[in-house]
Design a binder for this molecule. Structure first.
Ligand code: HEM
Length: 194
């Protein structure tokens, strides 16, 4: 019974953790792109994003990580034999990388607050695909364990995710180009009228 409780809250924990991670980097994108806005909008937006990022990181994302890890410790102490399983060793490797990503996000948050972040909105969009890969690999390992399938289904799932990521990047690029074109047109009209 304890094992099922730990597992239920382990799942709730990583849903919260990932919701936080995905939204956090989306806020970083808006924060970085606020630099292109004229004053006073730039300062107002940047201050607002800074508050939102801090709250999201401290109240949702980090507690989600601690809940996931605490419940995982509960699972392992209830059934310690799981520690000998190969799938868990692989999973732990990806979880370690995920925790590294989590801490890197905290560094980016501080750099954005200090106006020292060198990442562009486009690069941050690409970075925001990383948790998708972690989520996919870790959940597949947790569910299939040592029988992780390598057939066409897995490749189709990976292909669909890569296609989705590329489409998001291309769409963002198109929106940026459209916005620049519109700004140039507005500038030209204003010049003609003055
Ligand atoms: C500290 C790191 C982690 C450890 C040590 C750990 C360990 C475990 C263990 C021992 C189980 C029980 C397996 C079973 O009874 O079937 C489990 C289940 C699960 N874990 Fe983790 N886990 C960790 C992090 C994560 C993360 C980050 C995710 C999601 C991205 C995740 C997703 C899952 C899922 C979906 C299950 C349920 C699998 C099933 O019932 O079929 N785990 N985990």
């Amino acid at each position: 019974m304890a094992y099922s409780w730990f597992k239920a809250f382990h799942i709730i924990g990583f849903v919260v953790w990932f919701a936080g991670l995905f939204y956090l980097v989306r806020l970083f994108i808006y924060h970085a792109e606020a630099n292109q806005e004229p004053e006073p909008a730039r300062t107002i937006l940047k201050n607002q994003y800074q508050i939102m990022e801090k709250r999201l990181y401290n109240i949702i994302t980090t507690p989600g990580m601690f809940l996931t890890v605490a419940m995982a410790i509960g699972l392992i102490t209830t059934e310690p034999e799981v520690l000998h399983e190969g799938w868990l060793h692989f999973k732990l490797l990806f979880v370690a990388l995920l925790i590294g990503y989590h801490h890197y996000c905290s560094r980016l948050m501080k750099q954005l607050a200090a106006d020292e972040c060198r990442w562009t909105g486009q690069q941050l969009r690409a970075l925001n695909e990383a948790p998708t890969v972690f989520l996919l690999v870790i959940v597949l390992l947790a569910v299939f364990k040592n029988n992780l399938p390598t057939d066409i289904t897995v490749w189709l799932v990976f292909g669909a995710i890569i296609l989705m990521a590329v489409t998001i990047q291309l769409y963002a690029k198109k929106r940026k180009r459209d916005k620049e074109k519109l700004t140039a047109e507005i500038g030209q009209i204003a010049q003609e009228q003055s």
